[in-house]
Design a protein around this ligand. Structure first.
Ligand code: CMC
Length: 377
């Protein structure tokens, strides 16, 4: 049967899903039918994670149990910390995260994915432990001891505590939690699809998440947030933003943090992140990077608007994290900490009606070639 080949599977549905939806023409993103703007205003990251996984907002009792279960599973075994101590400290945190998550699976009985109870606890453990691993690596690589989580602290508050040994201002916690909500899920993106391919073999969820982390790392996906900040630092001052954009476009180079396969308008997450930047800067002073970013966005709109290329989620997130004192190579691991709930929601959804991914190809090679003996080549 002849097939049309679509590079990058652009526009080809890979699953039926009720988890999230993007309207790329209107710039609308919904999780389980609720707009992300509304979730940022009223929800928390953990409540949103529950919504993504289970399809409905939790009752008060269900939310309390969910939060307690997560809080009680934040610790990681000392062997995981020891494993990370053996990794080269100049290595990328996404690689350390991927290695630690793959290793986590060796400690937990998550192999039988037909057991719903197992799957619940696997989801709890993964959502709970990713921040602990990210924060531990950030400290271990510079020779500091990892800081154990504190059960009484909220999800985002505890992450900052494990990273810096201080409790941040509640506004920072609030803003950071909104960032996690915005990164929690985004339909059939590369890392989610990667996880689903792995999941379709009935591999355990630690392996599923480790594969997704690998896909998220690349600069065309989650890795773009780190590169945006590098780009803004390279530009240096706001007056150099326009000439930089012009030169990039002239040289046919991509602007990091711009463009999207689905959005044909500005990514709604970028708009919210920009508002969050402004909220943060109102209390602790503006950021030079933000002023440069505004200049980049302005000139890019003039030059790339016709191609419908606008800022995506990765354009403003790094500026925010940078202002919070977070190192640039931790931006993508933070993305993973949030996106793990989306990956797991898709994993659970697919398990209910799993079919092994085994796509076709269009063979473009030769047939019936003779084998040429080594001496004759
Ligand atoms: N800068 C300049 N031009 C761009 C950009 C950009 N960032 N993105 C797309 N274009 C142009 C591209 O050159 C092409 O032009 P032409 O038709 O003249 O050849 C046109 O727009 C279509 O681009 P494409 O690369 O074919 O589109 P795609 O759907 O395959 O790519 C993308 C989507 C995200 C890979 C791409 O926009 C890109 O490389 N962006 C930069 C990296 C980035 O910010 N990634 C984060 C993506 S969103 C969040 C996430 O997944 O983490």
């Amino acid at each position: 049967m002849p097939h049309d080949f679509m590079p990058g599977l652009a526009g080809i549905p890979a699953a039926k899903s009720a988890i999230s939806d993007v309207d790329g023409e209107r710039g609308v993103l919904e999780y389980r039918g609720i707009r992300v703007e509304e979730l940022c205003q009223h929800s928390s990251y953990l409540e949103t994670a529950y919504l993504l996984l289970y399809g409905h907002l939790p009752s008060q009792a269900a939310l309390a149990k969910w939060e307690t279960d997560i809080a009680h599973h934040r610790r990681v075994k000392y062997s995981i910390i020891d494993l990370m101590k053996c990794l080269p400290e100049q290595g990328h945190p996404m690689d350390a995260l991927q290695a630690a998550v793959a290793a986590l699976g060796m400690f937990y009985p998550g192999r039988n994915v037909n057991n719903l109870d197992n799957n619940y606890w696997s989801a709890v453990r993964l959502i709970a432990k990713l921040p602990t691993i990210v924060a531990a690596w950030a400290r271990l690589r510079r020779g500091d001891e990892a800081i154990a989580p504190r059960d009484e602290l909220g999800f985002s508050e505890n992450f900052f505590y494990m990273l810096t040994e201080t409790i941040p201002h509640p506004l920072w916690v609030d803003i950071f939690d909104d960032c996690l909500i915005l990164h929690a899920e985004h339909t059939m993106n590369a890392s989610t699809f990667t996880g689903l391919i792995t999941a379709s073999t009935l591999a355990d969820p630690y392996t599923v998440v480790a594969s997704s982390i690998g896909a998220l790392k690349g600069p065309l996906h989650g890795g773009a947030n780190e590169e945006v900040v590098q780009m803004l630092k390279e530009i240096g001052t706001a007056d150099r933003a326009a000439p930089y954009v012009e030169a990039q476009i002239h040289e046919k180079r991509k602007l990091m943090g711009f463009g999207h396969r689905v959005y044909k308008v500005k990514d709604p997450r970028a708009t919210i992140l920009q508002r969050l930047c402004e909220r943060l800067f109102n209390t602790c002073g503006t950021s030079q990077l933000y002023n440069i970013a505004l200049g980049v966005e302005r000139r890019a709109a003039e030059l790339l608007g016709a191609k419908k290329v606008y800022p995506n989620v990765d354009f403003y997130s790094g500026i925010l994290y940078d202002k919070m004192g977070i190192e640039p190579d931790l931006f993508t691991p933070i993305f993973a900490m949030a996106r793990v709930s989306g990956w797991l929601a898709h994993w659970l959804e697919q398990l209910a009606e799993n079919k092994l991914f085994r796509p076709d190809q269009i063979y473009a090679g030769e047939h019936n070639r003779p084998y040429l003996p080594l001496a004759q080549r």
